[in-house]
Design a protein around this ligand. Structure first.
Ligand SMILES: NC(=O)c1ccc[n+]([C@@H]2O[C@H](COP(=O)([O-])OP(=O)(O)OC[C@H]3O[C@@H](n4cnc5c(N)ncnc54)[C@H](O)[C@@H]3O)[C@@H](O)[C@H]2O)c1
Length: 317
């Protein structure tokens, strides 16, 4: 049965891709986004343009911290909750207030409203950041090392609380997502900008040996839709959504230089607190219960990211 999809953070990087794919699959969507100025809202307006042309898409410019969800959610809706204040580094210091309000409080408001309106399921964006330094093959436990990671771990704990009250909830632990429209603060976006003509320089923290499981955005979207509609019984399972291969930043830099055909301008910085040295996803549950695994290689994903990039170049400084 095609239930209506609510997508929070619909104008963001992942939310806009998710909305486009849901529309292509025939779903009706209510998107919610407050066009938060944490990064340029013009980029977000461009992200959501394609969706706005579609008859089955409505967008509300509203803040999840205050909007009246009780008048928006309907029985049987499936909520994909992606709105958040992302970014590890900005969550230190006074930035944590924004992580708490947007991530923890905003999520609690959604769970509460979902409970009272008969929403059938809430799939929500968690993060590999909840593992902190422990997302390796050997050890994986919820042990965040950044305030942002703490905020996402708190959302998962809230999910436990609301699950006890009968809400159907699916946490998706996304591992470093990249691809067209990637946020301007993220590594691949910066690497392409620092290798294309211009003056932007990539702020390299450490020596590039830090490893990430990079995940192409279209693979993330596929997993998220399966969690919303294909997964039969949501248990207490949280899914690691990772691209299948962990690569070092230095390896990614080499690939970007090869794809663009020029060198990356680099500024050297010390390693930053809160950034893990390695992240490795464990995707067995996603394979078994969602029938999902990433299909896009890092090389192919970077190529597609690069090809889309010229269009967004004018929008990022
Ligand atoms: N990009 C990644 O690699 C990654 C990794 C792990 C988890 N995540 C999570 O996935 C989700 C989407 O991330 P993204 O990279 O697309 O980020 P994004 O910033 O591009 O998208 C988030 C969107 O949410 C909106 N938003 C923020 N606060 C809001 C509020 N209070 N009310 C309404 N809308 C609000 C923003 O305007 C933005 O359009 C986030 O929850 C993020 O924490 C992302």
């Amino acid at each position: 049965m095609m239930t209506r999809a609510i997508v929070t953070g619909a104008a963001g990087f992942i939310g806009s891709h998710l909305s486009e794919k849901l529309l292509a699959e025939g779903y009706t969507i209510l998107g919610i986004d407050n066009f938060d100025p944490w990064y340029d809202p013009e980029i977000k307006k461009a992200n959501i343009n394609n969706c706005l042309l579609h008859d089955n898409f409505d967008l509300i410019d509203a803040d999840i911290r205050s909007v009246d969800f009780l008048s928006l959610f309907k029985e049987g809706d499936t909520v994909f909750h992606l709105a958040a204040r992302p970014g590890v580094q900005d969550s230190w210091g006074n930035g944590f207030a924004d992580s708490v309000e947007n991530n923890i409080y905003g999520t609690q408001r959604i769970f509460e409203a979902a409970l009272h309106t008969g929403v059938r399921r809430v799939v929500f964006a968690s993060s590999s950041s909840i593992y902190g330094a422990s997302a390796t093959e050997l050890k994986r436990e919820v042990h965040p090392i950044s305030p942002y990671g703490v905020s996402k771990a708190a959302c998962e704990q809230l999910a436990e609380v609301y699950r006890e009250r009968g809400l159907d909830l699916v946490p998706m632990r996304y591992f470093t997502v990249y691809g067209p429209r990637q946020r301007p603060d993220m590594a691949m976006n910066r690497l392409f900008r620092a290798s294309l003509p211009g003056s932007f320089r990539f702020p390299l923290r450490g020596n590039g040996t830090q490893r990430r499981e990079f995940t192409f955005v279209k693979d993330v979207v596929e997993a998220t839709i399966r969690a919303g509609y294909t997964l039969e019984n949501a248990s207490s399972e949280a899914f690691d959504i990772g691209g299948g291969v962990s690569a070092s930043l230095a390896e990614v830099m080499d690939m970007v230089e090869e794809i663009v055909g020029s060198s990356i301008r680099v500024d050297q910085h010390p390693l930053a607190a809160g950034d893990p040295l390695i992240t490795v996803a464990s995707t067995e549950s996603a394979k078994e219960l969602l029938g999902w695994e990433a299909t896009t290689s890092l090389r192919d994903g970077l190529q597609e990211h690069y090809e889309s990039f010229s269009g967004s170049l004018t929008l990022v400084s």
